[in-house]
Design a protein around this ligand. Structure first.
Ligand code: ANZ
Ligand code: ZN
Length: 810
């Protein structure tokens, strides 16, 4: 039998370009978009095309997605795996600013470089359907999405205190602020008061939360969303104000502590402050309000010395009927609840600190098992009330906190002082950006007609090519410097009007891109109805968990909005989402400043894309990530060399060896199960183990022993697999060859544990072949010292139960 037609040795420099051009010529990676039998939409998070090129972290993420997509194809699905570029936004713009280039010129270059690198890595991408969020053909529809929200009453403009990054000179959504710092550049965020467009995502909070119960998503991602949405059950309690005809409503999660509410606090911005403030207090109150305006939200939330001012007014505690003073303080935020609280200094730490500074009364109303009702309260009182019972609370004394929350709320509700409410931490999504590199918000301001949406027929509102795109400190968009652009006629009345000069947040671009892919070539609709029903929702989405409360939440929201608008018939975009881990290098996060960034090109050049892909997957469990070390890659490459040589040397003479076949079937099962669960590292280990068996003692493998291995390795090392597959005599792609089946009969253990007894007492255990005969088992048992020492003289009787038991009676 002649050796197969494979050059020696394995040379990825030949194999990889060969298959990359074949795939292109043959359209191998193109999905059957029309009438697929088993459509499977495999999505990976599209990159923003930075000038540095593909990061190894991108490659790690994409490889894992690509393996899953290719595996599903081998399982017989019609897999659609598109990719594109999140090319608008601050990342790209900042880079352009840094190197003094224009984003309109820089972006296409970066996209071209990325495309080259992605091609080099061998992803099964259907490039016919690519999207580029910065192209007018795409952002026309991003603007359309904005208009749908506007139409549905979900987009509104308001002046609000917003997060302002002084370095990036832009507003940030709450989701883009991490621990008080700008998510992008790490600068402490300031508070600014600006007119901004918002989306009412807060209205969707209950639904966004509820659906998490059934979504098949990584638990960490779901938990992050739950925490961010922040459901809080409590009550709104209203307090009459002495000598005024107004009432103040507070939000509390602890209605049970009402008897301990010894003062009220309003946020300094609260609309009732002016009404309530007495003449004597007015100057102090105004001064405090002014001081608060200058502060950012972060320091307001941080724990520091409490400050505040008495308004001069008194509220009536609806439970005790006592007058309690009304204060203002910056630790109460206007954005949460009702912007007012009842202060319970006996049981809330911040209230306690405040009460101590200003000498306000502190009353205990909950006592733990060891406290008496009059035990003084100290710093330790706030730790855990939940196990306690009410004291100093009239008819409610003795109730548990949980019962009292309900009973007190009902009691006050009966007297029109309470309503049970659920609050959510999720704020509306601020989508205005005073930047250049984004889709202009499609609104026109007219003196007579107000804010008029740009008619859909006039989309896109094209982003003009202006040289002075640099943002400044004014908080005014660069587009506002271009009257020739913003001066337009009102679409409604035809009078002179002015375009909105802010652009929208990049996260709006990516909040609907998955809807665009199947219909990317249509310019008459954002998404084709049939294509959308065929391919969506996305079957499998794989990406980084850092997007849990940003992109992944926004995408869910936009999908719900489009469903409510009657544009689609599902409300969750991603049926299954898996968060992958992170690649670090020698224990540290890769970053340019640390100088430990990996250039994927160089590795692919030296070892081949297949080896590099596989190595990245071998670093650790995909969902956990791994530590990049140079040493490991040679082992992976050696495996590919051996696999290659095994196919080359394989014979079709004779029959495969039963032992090897048994191992093969175990390997098929293991690799299939592990690949399905993203357990790529253990799947690779199993294939390595198998090749060791195949090549044991440099034996010549049989083709039937290696052919299925080529199929198993295909998702991991697609170029090599195609080449081997062709060498084995196939003329079609290995990805259309199906996934090999394993024979369950082959998985039955070939060895078993045999229990050895002497006179019915356990004396040992033997590992024996399944079909061992009684004499052989006896001989093995007697060769075992632990057994032999109890067997004196000839046995009287031997009881042998095959595969289980050998009992020697002496
Ligand atoms: C009385 C009380 C007693 C409270 C007690 C807590 C403990 P979560 O769980 O995060 O929803 N609060 C309400 N609105 C606020 C605002 N705008 N600014 C600052 N604090 C506000 O927190 C709800 C609790 O946070 C509410 O319950 C209120 O204080 C405070 F032993 O009311 B509580
Ligand atoms: Zn008008």
């Amino acid at each position: 039998m002649a050796e197969l037609d494979l050059p020696t040795p394995y040379d990825p420099k030949l194999v990889e370009p060969k298959w990359q051009s074949r795939w292109t010529e043959r359209g191998t990676n193109q999905a059957k978009l029309e009438n697929p039998e088993r459509p499977f939409y495999a999505l990976m998070m599209f990159p923003y095309p930075s000038a540095e090129g593909l990061h190894v972290g991108n490659l790690f993420a994409f490889t894992g997605s690509d393996i899953s997509a290719r595996f599903h194809r081998l399982l017989g699905h019609d897999v659609f795996q598109p990719l594109g570029f999140d090319a608008f936004g601050i990342h790209s713009e900042n880079y352009a600013l840094k190197i003094g280039a224009h984003p309109m010129e820089l972006t296409p270059k970066n996209v071209a470089n990325f495309t080259r690198q992605l091609g080099r890595a061998g992803f099964m991408v259907d490039w016919r359907q690519k999207v580029d969020t910065s192209s007018p053909e795409y952002y026309k529809w991003t603007q359309w999405v904005f208009l749908q929200l506007h139409k549905q009453g979900l987009a509104y403009k308001k002046a609000a205190a917003v997060n302002w990054c002084p370095t990036d000179k832009t507003v940030l959504a709450n989701e883009q602020v991490e621990g008080g710092l700008c998510e992008r550049c790490g600068t402490p965020v300031e508070q600014r008061f600006l007119e901004q467009w918002f989306f009412r995502i807060s209205e969707y909070a209950p639904r966004l939360l509820q659906n998490l119960d059934w979504l098949d998503w990584s638990p960490i991602t779901k938990q992050a969303q739950r925490n961010w949405i922040g459901k809080s059950e409590g009550a709104q309690l209203t307090f009459d104000i002495a000598d005024h005809d107004v009432r103040v409503t507070v939000f509390t999660t602890r209605a049970d502590t009402i008897f301990g509410a010894t003062y009220l606090v309003l946020a300094p911005e609260h609309p009732l402050v002016d009404t309530l403030t007495t003449d004597a207090q007015r100057a102090a109150v105004s001064a405090y309000q002014d001081a608060t305006k200058k502060q950012d939200l972060i320091s307001r939330k941080s724990t520091r010395e409490k400050t505040g001012v008495f308004t001069g007014a008194y509220a009536v505690n609806p439970a005790t009927r006592q007058n309690i003073p009304v204060w203002i303080a910056d630790y109460v935020l206007m954005e949460y609840g009702t912007g007012a609280i009842m202060a319970v200094p006996g049981h809330d730490e911040r209230d306690f600190e405040f009460a101590q500074v200003f000498g306000l009364p502190i009353v205990r109303v909950v006592a733990g098992p060891d406290d008496a009702a009059d035990t003084p309260l100290g710093d330790a009182a706030f730790t855990d009330d939940e196990g306690g019972r009410l004291v100093n609370s009239a008819q409610f004394d003795g109730l548990s906190v949980a019962d009292a929350k309900r009973t007190v709320t009902e009691w006050l509700a009966g007297r029109q002082h309470a309503t049970a409410v659920t609050n959510y931490r999720l704020h509306d999504w601020c989508i205005s950006r005073q930047r250049y590199w984004g889709p202009p918000i499609p609104i026109i301001y007219c003196d007579d007609c107000g804010a008029v949406p740009v008619p859909e027929s006039q989309l896109p509102v094209v982003l003009p090519n202006i040289p002075d795109f640099k943002p400044d400190d004014s908080g005014i968009s660069p587009l506002a410097r271009h009257e020739e652009w913003y001066r337009v006629l009102c679409p409604t009345c035809g009078k002179s009007a002015r375009r909105e000069t802010d652009v929208s947040d990049t996260f709006l671009d990516s909040a609907w891109y998955f809807l665009r892919y199947p219909s990317a070539t249509r310019d008459d609709v954002p998404f084709d109805a049939v294509r959308t029903t065929t391919w969506l929702p996305v079957n499998s989405y794989i990406g980084g968990n850092e997007h849990a409360v940003l992109h992944l939440l926004y995408s869910r929201f936009i999908t719900m909005v489009l469903k409510d608008g009657g544009h689609i018939d599902f409300e969750e975009p991603f049926t299954r989402f898996r968060a992958h881990g992170m690649i670090i290098r020698e224990g540290a996060k890769m970053s340019k400043s640390k100088g430990n960034v990996i250039n994927p090109d160089q590795y692919m050049e030296e070892w081949g894309a297949d080896a590099f892909r596989m190595y990245l997957m071998f670093l650790g469990p995909y969902e956990e990530g791994g530590d990049f070390r140079d040493q490991g890659i040679s082992g992976v490459r050696r495996f590919l060399d051996r696999l290659w040589a095994s196919v080359r040397d394989a014979t079709s003479d004779g029959a495969p060896e039963p032992d090897v076949v048994r191992k093969l079937h175990r390997t098929i099962r293991k690799v299939g199960e592990d690949t399905a669960n993203l357990g790529y590292n253990t799947a690779i280990a199993a294939m390595m183990e198998y090749i060791n068996v195949v090549r044991r003692g440099e034996r010549v493998p049989h083709r039937d022993e290696v052919r299925p291995l080529v199929q198993l390795v295909a998702p991991y090392a697609p170029h090599l697999a195609e080449d081997c597959w062709e060498a084995l005599g196939h003329t079609t792609s290995v990805f259309d060859a199906g996934w090999p089946a394993f024979d369950p009969a082959m998985l039955v253990d070939d060895e078993v544990d045999l229990v050895v007894q002497v006179n019915g007492k356990l004396r040992g255990k033997l590992r024996v072949p399944v079909d061992v005969a009684q004499e052989a088992a006896m001989a093995m048992a007697l060769a075992d010292d632990g057994v032999a020492k109890f067997v004196t003289g000839d046995p009287k009787k031997v009881i042998f139960v095959p595969k289980r038991l050998l009992n020697i009676v002496v």
